[in-house]
Design a protein around this ligand. Sequence first.
Ligand code: MN
Length: 480
Amino acid sequence: MVRHRREPGSLGLDVLRKRYPDAKDPLKAWLPDRPPFRQGLPELEKLESELEAVQKRRGKVVLYCHDDMDGIAGLFVGLRILGAEGFLTSHIIPNRGKDDYGLLPERMEGVVESGDLLLTVDFGCSAVEGVEWAKGRGARVVVTDHHTLNPPLPKPHAMIDPQAVGGPATELAGCGVIYAALTELFPRWQRDPMIIAAVALGTISDRVPIYSWNRHMLGLFDGLRINSLPAGMRVILGSWPRKDGSWTAQQVRQQVTSTIGKGTDSGIDEMIDFMTSDDVRLCAAAWKTMQERSEHRAQLLSEIVSRAMLEKDPQADAMGLTLVYLGEVQPGMGGSVASKLCSIYGRGAIVVARRSDGAIVGEARSMGDWDMAAFLVGMREHFTSAGGHVRAAGFSAEVGTWPKIHELMLTRMATFPTRKVPPPHVDLRLRELPDPSELECLSPFGPGFPPPAVKMGKQRYLMQYGSGSTFWAISDESGE
Ligand SMILES: [Mn+2]
């Protein structure tokens, strides 16, 4: 079973009972043993037979991943397991500066050949044309994804997307889906330290809820001995906030995910080599460069966010959504700007920009108030591509289409159903504030599992993280 290094005391148990009111064993509900992944993953048996077949005919497995940290982590998991299990492998990472979202024939040309198995990671569930192209080349296609399924769906030979069956597996990140699938088929990799570290990083970076099945992997990560990892991983985890104490997903995204970044001028395409490298000096130097670039990006980001706050669309504002058109900005910035606006205003935000080739690209984030995937995919006929999930989605569209899309978005907003952001949680009502270290054992905190909140009298206190310490602060925020 997964053992947490720090068992919750009686106060911790009180919090868990409050958070899992229906659970017989709140400890297990919080930190589950290996979940029944097979039940949550549709068509897993088809992946199994496709893998057997491709190995028999000596074809290769081409992994094609989403170009964010989740996708790269999933790609790492796939390459590591399949490579060691004797498969020929190859991979494609999109170029955010010029590639549209999805499986592009021009990227697969010369890589995906007849007899190969194209295995997608963290995307593909909306790639109708890309899947057809690969099938037309004589390749077999298996999609692994966690994004919302919005018709028209592609017709691969198998589609492992938990959204098709519902249940707790829908909360897995893209890297969680491929981890679950491949470790069901090759169980000896279930506790591989490098794989667990990659899945923890991808899961946290993708902002999926960190309770339930995701917690299982985070529990394994919690027990990891960092010294057993190669240099690249040690360097990454060296930036992990208080690996030996408690931490939040937000800290990891600030200190690790944004250091790596995404898009051009980031470290994302170096990550696969980085994570496997055992050259300490090289990795430390590369990480330092990434940190410098990321500081530069952070500077740029705060400038763009200030501009976005001034230029947001007043009509969209009135309908409860932040909408901004930014013109040309550095690739990979849109999502970060949208996230920032989302947390500043406490509601959904769509940030639209122009790519250097003129295409219109949009990134949307929400607090769960707006279902961003449904909102954007519902306008799909006006886009080149669109996809995502409730809290994070994106689209791309052709040159010159923004005025029309803008009009359509405003019309759609007027009638689109939204959900209320729930009031801030309260775990305990106490007469005095406990020592926050008593509750640190419940870490990590993040989406779906926020830091503990205590109500004392009329005041609500949320556990906060400062420079190396935890403390209570009066707050109305969820802390997710
Ligand atoms: Mn993802």
